[in-house]
Design a protein around this ligand. Sequence first.
Ligand code: F6R
Length: 612
Amino acid sequence: MCGIVAYLGPKQAYPILINGLRRLEYRGYDSAGVALLNSKLNVYKTKGKVADLEEFVRDVDISGTIGIAHTRWATHGEPNYANAHPHFSQSKNIALIHNGIIENYAPLRKELETRGYKFESNTDTEVLTNLIEDIKINENVSLFEAVRIALNQVIGAYAIVVIDANDPNSLIAARKGSPLVIGIGKDDYFVASDATPIIEHTKNVVYLDEEEIALIKRDSDLKIKTIRNKEKTPYIQALEMNLSALEKGGFEHFMLKEIYEQPSSIRDSMRGRLHAEAGSVSLGGIIDYEQKMVNASRIIIVACGTSWHAGLVGEYLFEDIARIPVEVEYASEFRYRNPVIYESDVVIAISQSGETADTLAAIELAKSKGATILGICNVVGSSIARATHAGSYTHAGPEIGVASTKAFTAQVTLLTLMALRMAQLKGTLTKSRFIQLLHEMERIPEKVQKTLEVSKKVIEIAEQFKDVRNFLYLGRGYNFPVALEGALKLKEISYIHAEGYPAAEMKHGPIALIDEEMPVVFIATNKGTYDKVVSNIQEVKARKGKVIAIVTEGDVTVRGMADYVIEIPETEEMFVPLLATIPLQKLSYHIAVMRGCNVDQPRNLAKSVTVE
Ligand code: F6R
């Protein structure tokens, strides 16, 4: 959603803040702003990206050793100057940045209006800023206390940082539902939505917990209370992230870099967990819950978007090799459907960011019914990682491109390991078959590497189809979720309409779309329902559709029918999604680049969706 960064210390704040905003821009990019305090509290903000803000402040006073900054993804009010953050209070004594949504902002605004407050924007954030000011004046309390009291009146989600024109030595930060990290330097403090703006300054961080509020004071220790006024001891952790993981490393876009990182990110997801020689799988994070999984009446997977597609692959895996029934749910539907949840259920929540509001709410609901909740997250210390009973991190490294690539394959890798572990414990595979699968899984990173080498063919196909208006993606079995993910990737970064379908469903409707203009991507690898998919390809060819097929190396049948083929290495059926996804990511990437789209920051999207 939005990105927050703040600084307090001996250095000039602006360069640190602007650099931090650049790192956070993947979270939202429709307006940006900064508040800097020297003798005066100055707020500069503009519609557009961080680069527009830099242009905007070219000729103004940007001095100050304390400041707050924000990059926005609009929720309340269109992206324009008035709605951009930071927001001033009416007196201009307080400025505030906010990520999240204040759900009861309308009655609060009405109440403040009756007390004489005038609003310059349509945002919920300006309401919160004036609420804090109103409490500070009328209750005659410190700013910290006013923020605390105000947050008790607020319904919704927030990560906020507040700055006071009359206090150049303090910042106040608080969170509920949206993430906030405080970096502790030698003699300075950093605050941010995630650790990426902090890592180059310090590795010591404190993750604020739900409903915690921090007083960050120059030359003083960090103080934390809950909004119910309970003192907390800050828990300082060391970041494990490297700065190089946040740079493009010679690639034109983060997305391309992240696509090419997959051999190593998949290897990192397996490291220390897959022991082919010893014939075992170990997942330390969920070890205490393995028996619960073995005895579970069913597994419910909750997730959104690409993570939901990974969950669908998980369904095939758990049912196929571990014989555990699985339901895969869109978190947003699950949470409002009054679902039947038993204490014997194990819920697996999958989320790259670990901050997705719907997934978080689905977890809370399942938890309240007594289910066991396991997490699969990429961002260490994220809200979902902490809300679950236990879990395993994907270890894919920071994913900056808004369209998920390496996080998806890392999620699938982890689900595969979990399913294999369950198969091992339940004895649903013979020992020799189990060991054969482990050895093959070990070879997946090198097969992904090989799959990445198909660039020329993919570029040729992209060139051919970059101007079409529609695409269809079809697959069956393990390749059905791959088709969905391929279609999602294309539409989100190239803005071409694309649909993913189970190949056999085509004849129940989508076949009407097929004409000589329509490219149809088939994932037609040589296992499972291969013969059936071959028939589906024939049905498309009979209607003059253009067939692009992902096939297994050496395939001749589909090669004889398709207009274009992309080969991937031979592997076991259950590992095919890890390979077949790669050319589809690359196809979307090249089409989007050829169409002049901003692949790393597609329009209207944001990396972490912390609102409903
Ligand atoms: C698509 C994409 C989104 C996310 C979805 C869930 O490329 O990235 O569909 O997968 O918003 O996000 P997480 O995994 O962070 O919960």
